[in-house]
Design a protein around this ligand. Structure first.
Ligand SMILES: [Zn+2]
Length: 410
C-alpha cells in the first residue's frame, strides 16, 4: 500500500512566520519547510509565477507543437482541458489574450468533435459547447454564444446512456449547470434537465430494489462509489438539480449508507462490496466522497455530513500525497478536499493543508518525476492526469475561498 503514496511527514500545522523572520529561518531548514513557513501573500506570488509558466508549457505542448491539430478533444486528457486551464488563467489575471486563446482552442475542438457520440462535459461534446458558450459570453461575442448554445441543445442523448459522470447522464447535466452558473439561470431550462433527473432517479431506485441504499448504479457491471463513475459523482450533480422531497431523502439516504459502510480506516470502497482499501483518489475513494459530503453539508446544512467530510479529509492528509500530479488521481486533486473544507469551515488548518500539498508539488514534483519516483501521467500535460491540473491548482490557491475542483465544483 505504501508504494501508492509518499508518507506525509509535513507538520500537521505550521504557522506562517512573519516576513522579517523568514530570511535567517530559511537557511536552517529544508526548502519545503521554508516554502510552508512563508507568509501566504509571498507564497502566492511564487505559486502564481510558477502556474503561469506551467500554463505556457501546457499550451506549447498540447496546442503549439501539435500544429493546432486535435488528437483528443476532451477536457479530461485532451486539448479542451488546455482551454479550460487557459480560461482559468483569464479568470485570475483578466488577460484577454487568454480568453482569445481559449476560444481559439475550443473552436478547433468544436470541429474535431462534430461526429462524436460522447455527450459529457469531461469527455464529450457538452464540454466543447458549454465552455465555448461561457467563454463567448465573457468575450461579449453574442453570435458565438448563440452558436455554442444551439450546438449544446442539439446534442442527442441515447436512452441507453449510463448515469455516471465521465460518460453518462450526470456528466451532461453538469455541463447544463456550468452554463446556467456562468450565463444565467434558465439558459438551459430545468425541463430539459428534469427528464434526465427522472431517468437517473428511476435507474437508481430500480437497481437498489430492496437494498439498504436507496439509489444504486452500475457502470460496466460494477457498482462504483467514487466521483468519476459512481455514487459520489452522481449525488454531487443531483444536488445541483431541483429535486422533489422524496428524491432529496434518497440522496441523503445514499450518502448516509456510504458513511455507515466506509472502511474502518475512514476511506471509502471504490465499489459496492469491495474490501480493498487502497485508492485515495478523486475518482475512487475518500477525496471524491469528501467533496460530495462537503457539498451535502452546504446544501442540507447537516452536521453529520460535515463531520464525515472532515473524517475523509483526514484520510486524504495521511494517504493522499500520491505519486502522481493530476487532479483525477494525483496530489493536485486531493488538495481540493482541503480547499472545500476550508470554504465550508473557515478553519485555517484546512488552508494550511491545501498549501502543504501545493508546496510539496512546487518543491518536488518535477524532480521526483525526472527521478522516476513519481509518475508523470499517461497524458503528462493534461488537466486531469498531468501538470495542467497542477497549474490549475496553483491558480486556485491565489483566491482559496473561490477555489473549485476543475470541471466538477461550481
Ligand atoms: Zn483517476
Amino acid at each position: 500500500m505504501a508504494d501508492r503514496f509518499f508518507h506525509n511527514t509535513m507538520p500537521y500545522f505550521l504557522a506562517e512566520a512573519p516576513l522579517q523572520e523568514t530570511t535567517p529561518f530559511q537557511t536552517a531548514q529544508d526548502s519545503l519547510t521554508n516554502l510552508l513557513s512563508l507568509p501566504y501573500k509571498t507564497l502566492l506570488d511564487t505559486l502564481k509565477t510558477y502556474a503561469l509558466d506551467l500554463k505556457q508549457t501546457v499550451v506549447r505542448e498540447t496546442w503549439g507543437l501539435s500544429g493546432k491539430r486535435i488528437h483528443d478533444y476532451t477536457v479530461y486528457t485532451g486539448t479542451l482541458g488546455t482551454a479550460y486551464l487557459v480560461f482559468k488563467a483569464y479568470q485570475v489575471t483578466k488577460n484577454h489574450n487568454d480568453l482569445k486563446l481559449c476560444l481559439e482552442i475550443v473552436q478547433a475542438c468544436d470541429s474535431a468533435s462534430r461526429d462524436s457520440s460522447r455527450v459529457t462535459f469531461l469527455c464529450g461534446r457538452a464540454g466543447v459547447c458549454a465552455l465555448g458558450a461561457v467563454a463567448a459570453k465573457y468575450a461579449g461575442d453574442e453570435r458565438l454564444l448563440d452558436h455554442y448554445l444551439t450546438q449544446f441543445k442539439e446534442i442527442k442523448l441515447s436512452s441507453k446512456l449510463p448515469n455516471e459522470l465521465l460518460y453518462g447522464r450526470v456528466g451532461f447535466l453538469w455541463a447544463s449547470s456550468f452554463i446556467n452558473h456562468h450565463i444565467g439561470r434558465g439558459t438551459i431550462s430545468s425541463n430539459h434537465s428534469r427528464l434526465l433527473v427522472d431517468e437517473i432517479i428511476n435507474d437508481g431506485r430500480k437497481l437498489a430494489k430492496k437494498g439498504k441504499c436507496p439509489l444504486m448504479y452500475e457502470w460496466h457491471g460494477k457498482k462504483y462509489w467514487g466521483a468519476a463513475h459512481g455514487l459520489a459523482g452522481i449525488m454531487h450533480v443531483l444536488m445541483d438539480m431541483e429535486l422533489t422531497p422524496d428524491e432529496v431523502e434518497d440522496v441523503k439516504g445514499t450518502l448516509r449508507y456510504m458513511i455507515n459502510n466506509r472502511f474502518p480506516s475512514g476511506n471509502y470502497p471504490s465499489s459496492e462490496g469491495s474490501e480493498s482499501d487502497r485508492l485515495v483518489h478523486w475518482c475512487h475513494g475518500a477525496p471524491g466522497v469528501s467533496l460530495t459530503l462537503a457539498k451535502a453539508a452546504e446544501v442540507f446544512g447537516d452536521k453529520d455530513f460535515l463531520q464525515a467530510a472532515m473524517d475523509a479529509g483526514d484520510v486524504v492528509w495521511n494517504r493522499g500525497l500520491l505519486k502522481r500530479v493530476g487532479v483525477c488521481h494525483g496530489i493536485s486533486g486531493n488538495a481540493y478536499v482541503f480547499l472545500a473544507l476550508y470554504r465550508l469551515t473557515n478553519k485555517v488548518e484546512y488552508l494550511y493543508k491545501a498549501k502543504a500539498f501545493a508546496c510539496f508539488l512546487h518543491d518536488r514534483a518535477q524532480r521526483l518525476i525526472c527521478d522516476g519516483e513519481m509518475h508523470g501521467g499517461d497524458c503528462p500535460y493534461s488537466l486531469f492526469e498531468g501538470i495542467g491540473g497542477m497549474a490549475y491548482l496553483f491558480l486556485d490557491m491565489i483566491e482559496p475561498s473561490e477555489a473549485r475542483f476543475p470541471a466538477y465544483e461550481l
